[in-house]
Design a protein around this ligand. Sequence first.
Ligand code: BES
Ligand code: MG
Ligand code: ZN
Length: 507
Amino acid sequence: MNTQITFSNKPRATSDTQTLFFFEKNKPASNLKLLKPAQKRLLLDTLKNHTDFKGKAGQILVLPLSKDKKPARLIAFGLGKAKDLTKVEAENLGGKLFGVLKANGAKKASLLLDVPAGEELSNETVQAHLAFGIQLKSYNFDHYKAKPKDFSAPPKDVQIVTDTYIDTRTQYQTLEALAGGVYMARDLINEPPNMLHPESYAKRIAEELKPLGVEVDILDEKKMEKLGFGALLAVGQGSERSSKTVIMRWNGLDKSGKDSQTAPIALVGKGVTFDTGGISIKPSAGMDEMKMDMGGSAAVVGTMKALAGAKAKTNVIGIVGLVENMPSHNAYRPGDIITSLSGKTVEVLNTDAEGRLVLADILTYVQDTYKPDIIIDLATLTGAIMVALGFEYAGVFANDNELWHDLEQASNATGEKLWRMPLDAAYRKEMESDVADLKNLGSLGRWGGACSAAGFLEHFIDKSVKWAHIDIAGTAWWKSDKPTTPKGGTGFAVRALFDFITRQKAA
Ligand code: BES
Ligand code: MG
Ligand code: ZN
């Protein structure tokens, strides 16, 4: 993790920056008694005469002190209206504060934060989520640079100062594990496709998750051929790299106890490490971004890491299908008819509609093998979901209202925006082929393409299973910074999935 966050009831003498917090109308949310008397006087006098700083959300006032003393500066930071301070808002403010600390050259900062009792959220909750926002925003991906471009090194060391620091630290521990999952998902997405391919990806999952107690099984091509993964293998057959399916099991429930959950939740992820489109090749402009076509799998792996890191009391299966979609003499073709693991045959009309073929086989496999109650699949599946929702919301196609309701709740709690989209018999029908059971491109082409893609997947879902398909094509990769997410791979859905899973009651 990039920022080391520590907790104490006293500001350390070595911090170069001290931050004081204020609600609107400059109501202090800091214990100002912790400041040296002269500094406290300076701060209060400045605030009294200041016409701009009013403690509005994200407002800042920097007071330089002596350059070679510690602290070298005080920063007043606005928290806005106390009643608007939700967990998500605290995280966003933490992200913003990280930017302020960085811009002011802070390397070691003490945050004096004390939310008075009687507000909606407890002091500990605000602090822990503010720290979480800082941690999420301090992520960067620069290990391929000889020298990081940004010489103003970010604050590596942030201390939260409060009387309740022990409780804050406890709350933060879970969030830190969650941030670890988000970091891993972002790292995987940001890795270039020459480095992260199905073989190296499978290895990396095993290396990072096994030490945390996650059971990891890798199915290689030989095994998948034997089992009958005809759809997934067709997508990968044009690549020099061999396809893999990786199964991750986190058993956080006491096996012998009555809380042992036999029918678990399954998370399923599309892991196309690079999507050229195959023989139906994509235009070259922007094709580099197709390294993020494994964003669904990254969300699954990141969530498994977070659950294990937090020792979550739940049993969850994660499964990801890892392939590279390449054109070659050996690639699958438009016109091919392939047989999926379910036994259903699929006419390939466009080799760029590959994600649904990968998902089809791993959805069948996870249902047959583990009989889960709930399946959530995540995939950068269609450009069409971006036509519908842009980059703000991911689209959720759910066959169960309660499942959708729980996902919506997780979305609201974490700020990862989800919007329900329709499943319909008409979309399923659209995917029926004249010559095979199904075809991978709907009769209406790209019109309603996110919905027909979901309709295709629904052909592979058992009626008894509660299922949600989340199309994250617009949210797995952002071209610009957001409050807690630097541009690039976002790790989208790790937070919402973690929230969703840890809230579920054991079956
Ligand atoms: N990986 C793409 C979808 C995608 C597009 C993800 C842009 C992220 C950003 C997917 O495999 C794809 O190519 N889908 C096609 C489907 C079409 C051929 C039916 C698409 O959306 O154009
Ligand atoms: Mg494609
Ligand atoms: Zn794709």
